[in-house]
Unconditional design. Structure first.
Ligand code: ZN
Ligand code: ZN
Length: 412
C-alpha cells in the first residue's frame, strides 16, 4: 500500500459575505475533491491544537506525525535545511531577507523591491567569508535562496537560539538589535548577529549591483535582516518510524526543510515556484512518478496561502480549482487499488484577516477499505460530519499508516 498526501497551504478559510457566507473552498468548483469526499472518509483537523494558529512549519511537522510542541526548535533551521544546507546539532540558523533601509537604518522595503535571484546571488557572494571579529570561533554560512530570501547559519561553541529578531517585521521601523532572551542565554549569539548585520550593511551599501540598481530606479538591497532563530529538530525519520520510503515535493524552503528533517527525499520539479505561476501539472506528474519508488509522497502547494495573505479572493478560488484539476490527474494516474489519496491543508488562512487562523481544516482519505461516510462534498463544514470526526494534526499520519499496515501493535 502507498499514499500520496496533498497539502494545500492555507486553503481552508472562513465564510465570506462576498460568497453568500460560503468559504472559498465551498464556493469553488471542486468536483474531484468532492468525488474523493464522496468515496472516502472525511474529517476536520486541528493542525496543532484547537484554536491555535500554526505556522506552516509547525503544521507540516504535525501532519507528518511529529508533535510540534515537543520537537519544534525554531523556523530558521528548517529554512536552512530546506535550502539544502547540512546542519549540525548545535547550529543556530536564521531566516533572512535582503531588505532596503534608509540612512537611519529604518526599513523602507522588507524585500528590497522583490530583488531578483540573480542580483541577490551576486550580493550574497560578496558576503562570503565575513565573520565576527569578536568571536572568531563562530563559523558563518550565508546562502541566498529565491529572490530576497536567504538563510544564515552560525556554527560554534556557546551559541543559542534564545535571541530576538533583527527584522522589525514591518516597514517604517528601524532594524532592531538582536538581544539575548536572558542575560546569559543568547548573549554571544546576539553579539555575533549584530556585528554581522553591521558588516553586511557596510559591504552591501557600496556594492556595484546596488549602485546599478539605484541608477535604474530599483531599491538597493543594502541590509540583511534576520528572524526566527532555530536549531535543527531531532526527529526520528518517518522512514525508520514506519519502515517506509518517503519523498516530498514543495517549492518553499520551510516545508522542504520540514520534509528533510523528517527524513524524506526532496524532489525538485522544474516549474514549481510556490506562487501563482507554479506548474501543478508538472508537480502531479512528479508525484505520480515518485510513487513508483516511494510508499509516501507529500505534495505541497503554496499558492492558496499566498492568495490568502494577499487577500486576493479571485486568486484563491482559481488556485483551489487548479489544485482540483491536479487531483483529477492524480486520481487517474495513481493505482487506486493500492494507493491512498489524502487531501488536506496545513492551516486556515483567512482572506479577510490575511493571517493564519486557529480554525480546523478539512481532510479526506480516499483508498482501499476506508470506512466511507455520508460526506459528499469537500469543505470545512461538510467534512466536520465525516467519519474521522475531529482529530489533531499529529494523529493523521498514524491513521494513514495504519491503513497502509505500517503501525505495529501496541501490547500483547
Ligand atoms: Zn502554511
Ligand atoms: Zn501563510
Amino acid at each position: 500500500m502507498k499514499a500520496i498526501m496533498v497539502v494545500a497551504d492555507g486553503m481552508a478559510d472562513r465564510p465570506l459575505p462576498d460568497l453568500h457566507w460560503k468559504t472559498p473552498l465551498e464556493a469553488a468548483n471542486t468536483e474531484n475533491m468532492d468525488w474523493l469526499a464522496a468515496h472516502g472518509v472525511c474529517g476536520i483537523i486541528d493542525p496543532v491544537s484547537p484554536g491555535f494558529p500554526p505556522g506552516s512549519d509547525t503544521a507540516n511537522l504535525a501532519l507528518l506525525g511529529y508533535d510540534p510542541m515537543e520537537v519544534y526548535r525554531g523556523r530558521g533551521a528548517l529554512e536552512a535545511l530546506g535550502a539544502g544546507l547540512e546542519l549540525k546539532r548545535w547550529d543556530v540558523a536564521f531566516r533572512c531577507n535582503f531588505a532596503t533601509v534608509d540612512e537611519n537604518m529604518v526599513v523602507v522595503d522588507r524585500r528590497a523591491g522583490r530583488i531578483c535571484t540573480e542580483h541577490a546571488s551576486k550580493l550574497a557572494e560578496s558576503l562570503q567569508g565575513i565573520r565576527s571579529q569578536r568571536y572568531p570561533d563562530v563559523q558563518v554560512i550565508f546562502k541566498n535562496t529565491r529572490e530576497h530570501r536567504a538563510v544564515l547559519v552560525l556554527r560554534g561553541p556557546g551559541l543559542s537560539t534564545a535571541v530576538t529578531d533583527v527584522d522589525p517585521g514591518a516597514t517604517g521601523l528601524p532594524v532592531r538589535r538582536a538581544k539575548p532572551v536572558k542575560p546569559t542565554l543568547g548573549a554571544k549569539t546576539a553579539a555575533v548577529v549584530n556585528e554581522l548585520v553591521e558588516k553586511f550593511h557596510e559591504v552591501l551599501s557600496h556594492h556595484p549591483i546596488n549602485e546599478e540598481r539605484a541608477k535604474t530606479g530599483l531599491l538597493p538591497a543594502n541590509v540583511v535582516i534576520l528572524r526566527g532563530a532555530g536549531a535543527p529538530p531531532e526527529l526520528t525519520p518517518i522512514t525508520s518510524k514506519y519502515g517506509i520510503k518517503a519523498a516530498a515535493i514543495s517549492a518553499i524552503p520551510l516545508v522542504r526543510g520540514v520534509a528533510r528533517a523528517a527524513g524524506m527525499q526532496l524532489i525538485d520539479v522544474p516549474g514549481a515556484t510556490g506562487s501563482y505561476d507554479t506548474d501543478l501539472e508538472a508537480k502531479a506528474e512528479a508525484a505520480l512518478n515518485a510513487l513508483k519508488e516511494n510508499d509516501l509522497v507529500l505534495l505541497h502547494v503554496k499558492a492558496t496561502d499566498v492568495a490568502s495573505h494577499d487577500k486576493k479572493l479571485d486568486k484563491k478560488m482559481e488556485m483551489i480549482e487548479r489544485i482540483d484539476a491536479m487531483l483529477k490527474r492524480i486520481i487517474e494516474g495513481a493505482n487506486t487499488e493500492e494507493t491512498y489519496i489524502i487531501v488536506t491543508c496545513d492551516h486556515t488562512t483567512s482572506i479577510l484577516t490575511g493571517k493564519h487562523e486557529g480554525d480546523p481544516v478539512p481532510v479526506v482519505i480516499y483508498g482501499p477499505m476506508v470506512r466511507t461516510d455520508d460526506v459528499k462534498e469537500f469543505g470545512e463544514r461538510t467534512c466536520a460530519k465525516g467519519g474521522l470526526c475531529r482529530i489533531r494534526g499529529v494523529e493523521l499520519m498514524p491513521i494513514v499508516m495504519n491503513l497502509m499496515g505500517k503501525v505495529k501493535k501496541f501490547g500483547a
